[in-house]
Design a protein around this ligand. Structure first.
Ligand code: ZN
Length: 213
């Protein structure tokens, strides 16, 4: 009888566990028909197709190199920015604060401009930090990224790759890179090899492909 009672308690606990719901907090950036137009313009120019929605095949990890959670969110909020290569402002689907708090900035499969060549298929996670190029991301951020990537991988089995922005060259081995504008390229160091090693150690066993740090 006691055993049955304990089993029922465990089942109730599992059903009411808030862990899944608390992975992230929604705090969406501005999204109007104008952002959709800017996305159309950017994706036609760079990928040769209109791509407002993505089928996620990769997760790309970044650091912000500046600001706080709030100031980065404000930076991403605007729809437009002045840039010869496209007026669509930069953004990512997620930002992780230094204490591991995760904000979701848009529905996960909406198009975001965060890495040249892969935006058409990659979900971006920004991590607040990397000031002056230092590998200063926290243990809390590492744990939060692991939780978030596990959640995404479970939800979107099409995700096969996880790489850091600085691994964009190596990631061409995935065959996912598309860029129609010649010489449109930016050298990146984020989020550093230490952080990517930490992710690889905890996630490679889930069947995700990583690249040498
Ligand atoms: Zn980046």
């Amino acid at each position: 009888m006691k055993k049955i009672f304990l089993t029922i308690c465990a089942a109730i606990l599992m059903m009411t566990s808030p862990a899944r719901a608390e992975i992230f907090i929604d705090n969406f950036i501005l999204w109007t028909a104008h952002r959709d137009e800017l996305i159309d313009e950017y994706t036609l120019k760079h990928y040769g197709k209109i791509c407002r929605e993505i089928v996620p095949q990769a997760v790309v990890v970044h650091w912000t190199a500046f600001g706080t959670l709030e100031s980065v969110w404000k930076y991403f909020y605007a729809e437009e920015m002045p840039d010869d290569e496209g007026r669509l402002n930069v953004a990512s689907q997620f930002i992780v604060d230094r204490d591991g708090t995760i904000w979701r900035l848009m529905p996960e499969t909406k198009f975001a401009r965060h890495i040249i060549g892969y935006n058409h298929c990659a979900i971006g996670i920004e991590n607040v930090g990397g000031y002056n190029g230092r590998e200063d991301l926290t243990e809390e951020q590492l744990a939060a990224n692991v939780r978030l990537i596990k959640y995404l991988h479970e939800k979107y089995p099409t995700i096969k790759y996880v790489f850091g922005h600085y691994q964009q060259g190596k990631a061409r081995a995935s065959g996912l890179f598309i860029e129609n504008v010649p010489d449109y390229y930016a050298i990146k160091t984020d989020p550093g090899p230490k952080f990517m090693r930490g992710l690889r150690e905890q996630l490679e066993k889930d069947g995700l492909t990583f690249y040498d740090e």
